[in-house]
Design a protein around this ligand. Structure first.
Ligand SMILES: CC(C)(COP(=O)(O)OP(=O)(O)OC[C@H]1O[C@@H](n2cnc3c(N)ncnc32)[C@H](O)[C@@H]1OP(=O)(O)O)[C@@H](O)C(=O)NCCC(=O)NCCS
Length: 147
């Protein structure tokens, strides 16, 4: 399965131009990873090191094929990102999560990410998020972790 199809199947609501896969594979291939078993793509992580904030890494998207979830695949991809970027001086990793994405919230909490809530806040389904973070009505939970 391709990375595009894994995203479509694991997270049908996700909307983004498919050019992101080309951008990350061409220009951030040293901080983006694909998990493959016996030739089958199981999951992937798209991340980068900030060009302007020294020591900061950012994870843009992670997804695991639905039939291979809860096997530690996304955890392994994150560990690879941490190991790789730490060697390049990264100490802080950040990302954002939709407040209604319970699997992603639990996954990131389990990995030691903590919400970094600043500015106007709003509760979405009992989860505190930054109001309008991604534009009007598009509230998000920013997370950070020190590595
Ligand atoms: C979030 C996601 C990437 C996790 O991938 P995964 O490979 O299944 O994750 P792991 O197996 O490494 O999970 C590690 C831990 O995270 C937590 N976790 C993961 N998925 C969870 C879920 N659906 N519900 C509750 N906790 C969950 C658990 O603590 C899990 O450990 P356990 O299985 O021993 O209990 C996956 O659910 C996915 O692809 N979701 C759709 C895409 C998406 O939402 N991406 C994130 C965008 S911000």
């Amino acid at each position: 399965m391709s990375c595009v199809n894994i995203t479509k199947m694991s997270w049908p609501q996700f909307k983004e131009r498919e050019s992101i896969y080309h951008i990350f594979c061409k220009h951030f291939s040293n901080t983006s990873f694909v998990a493959v078993r016996q030739g089958e793509v199981l999951g992937f992580l798209l991340g980068f090191i900030s060009q302007v904030k020294a020591g900061h890494g950012y994870i843009h998207l992670v997804a695991t094929d639905p039939k291979n979830q809860r096997q530690g695949i996304a955890t392994a991809l994150y560990e690879k990102f941490f190991r790789t970027t730490k060697k390049k001086g990264v100490r802080h990793v950040s990302l954002i999560v939709n407040p209604d994405n319970v699997a992603s919230l639990r996954f990131h909490e389990r990995l030691g990410f903590r919400p970094n809530l600043r500015g106007a806040l709003i509760a979405v389904a009992g989860v505190e998020a930054v109001k309008d973070y991604n534009g009007p009505g598009n509230h998000m939970v920013p997370f950070t972790k020190e590595i």
